[in-house]
Design a protein around this ligand. Structure first.
Ligand code: PLP
Length: 414
């Protein structure tokens, strides 16, 4: 066992504290995990101390095919052997774009990136550039990444000047609304619709707790955007390729103008994508709106996308994931009942949240009425019992979770 040769978690913690802020990456700190991981395969993590964990965090979602999916790892290795190329003009980028458009159905063009944040930034810049407006409607509790406008810092330089009017530096430009409140959204459009460049939303809210749109809500959003000439952006960094190949548009029957992807799009490799209709996306090609980066569309990234989407097309895991997720959700609820715990387990099978309380939840504020601190204590105990889950309560199911993992999860939870 090669992990015998590794230092133990306790020693690594001490060494990490000296070299990395907070000791470890913030995602790991959020979970409260104490162990260091030596390797991972499928739905399992193995610590340097020889402990194993069923992973329901999946690195905050990217490992939707499980850890080290062979077809993706092999494809990336082969692409690297063929020469590491950045910046496009590679056949892999063409194939990757075609597969994304085929999966989504509504999109014509794709620009690949490295992080979800970056694709969101591109979507906002494109919407502002296309409409000549600056305001953006967003929703409480929806996460869109660490937006911080590096370009704003160089706005007097060549690239900044070329992007004047597209930069999202002013907090005042964001109109923050409660999720699932269609009347308020309509009222805002009534008041200042001619200044709104875009509406950006997690079409199903996942990051802060899983809340689906109420029936008719996304249709209304679509209709308001169309009527007032605003760009509808679905931020699908976390929902994309997890809900199904066609994403939120397929599930809810509403098509956006632009959408952002990341996480599950590349089997765990760091890739994001901005996809959209030709009328908007072609502006990127003309240089009218700038959005590019050194590592965008690399052979590693696009090989990972091609292998991941090919696998999702050939062997769609969605029914399996749904079955696993549903059984798990029911199991957790039952165990809660058995022990007299008011557990709220809600959401979709590929991503659901667990919290304490029974308040009806339709938006971020009502979610905050739940006893999230109590769940945080539970999640620490779960980690000690071999379930790798986040302190914030969202659980992710991967294509690699099967019967064994379900049995282990329910036994360890109980
Ligand atoms: N948008 C959504 C909906 C996300 O879930 C995330 C990440 O969690 C992001 C944007 C930011 O993506 P990244 O962390 O890859 O920059």
């Amino acid at each position: 066992d090669s992990s015998r040769l590794l230092p133990r978690s306790e020693e690594l913690r001490e060494r990490a504290l000296k070299r990395t802020p907070g000791g470890v990456h913030s995602n790991v700190r959020l979970s409260g995990a104490q162990d260091f991981i030596a390797r991972a395969k499928g739905a399992w993590l193995y610590s340097v101390d020889g402990r194993d964990y069923v992973d329901y965090l999946l690195g905050q979602g990217p490992n939707f095919l499980g850890h080290a999916p062979e077809q993706v790892v092999d494809a990336v290795a082969e692409a690297c052997r063929g020469g590491v190329i950045y910046g496009g003009q590679h056949e892999l980028e063409v194939r990757a774009s075609e597969l994304v458009c085929r999966a989504l159905g509504w999109a014509d063009m794709v620009r690949f990136g490295v992080s979800g944040t970056e694709s969101v930034q591109g979507a906002l810049r494109l919407a502002r550039g296309a409409t000549g407006r600056t305001k953006v409607v967003r929703f409480e509790g929806h996460y869109h990444g660490w937006l911080d406008n590096v370009l704003t810092a160089v706005r007097d330089g060549k690239w900044g000047a070329a992007s004047a009017g597209q930069l999202s530096s002013h907090l005042d430009d964001f109109i923050v609304l409660s999720w699932n409140d269609a009347d308020r959204l309509a009222a805002v459009f009534e008041e200042e619709g001619d200044q709104i460049a875009a509406v950006i939303t997690e079409p199903v809210m996942i990051n802060a707790g899983v809340i689906e749109p109420l029936p008719g809500y996304l249709e209304r959003m679509r209709e308001l955007c169309t009527r007032h000439g605003a760009v509808l952006i679905f931020d699908e960094v976390i929902s994309g390729f997890r809900l199904g190949l066609g994403g939120a548009a397929e599930r809810y029957g509403v098509e956006p103008d632009l959408a952002t992807y990341g996480k599950a799009i590349a089997g765990g490799f760091p890739v994001s994508a901005l996809a959209g209709r030709e009328s908007l996306m072609s502006r990127l090609g003309t240089g009218e709106v700038n959005h590019s980066g050194t590592f965008n569309g690399s052979v590693m990234a696009t090989a990972a996308v091609v292998a991941t989407l090919t696998s999702l097309f050939e062997d769609p895991p969605y029914e399996r994931v749904a079955k696993h997720g549903n059984t798990l959700m029911i199991g957790l609820r039952d165990i809660g009942q058995e022990y007299g715990l008011p557990l709220r387990v809600a959401g979709l099978p590929p991503a659901f949240h667990v919290a304490f309380g029974d308040a009806p939840v339709t938006d971020y504020r009502s979610l905050q009425q739940l006893d999230l601190a109590r769940y945080e204590r539970l999640s620490k105990a779960l980690l000690e019992n071999g379930l790798w889950v986040a302190g914030r309560g969202v659980w992710y199911v991967s294509a690699a979770h099967g019967e064994d993992e379900l049995d282990a999860a329910l036994t360890r939870f109980a």
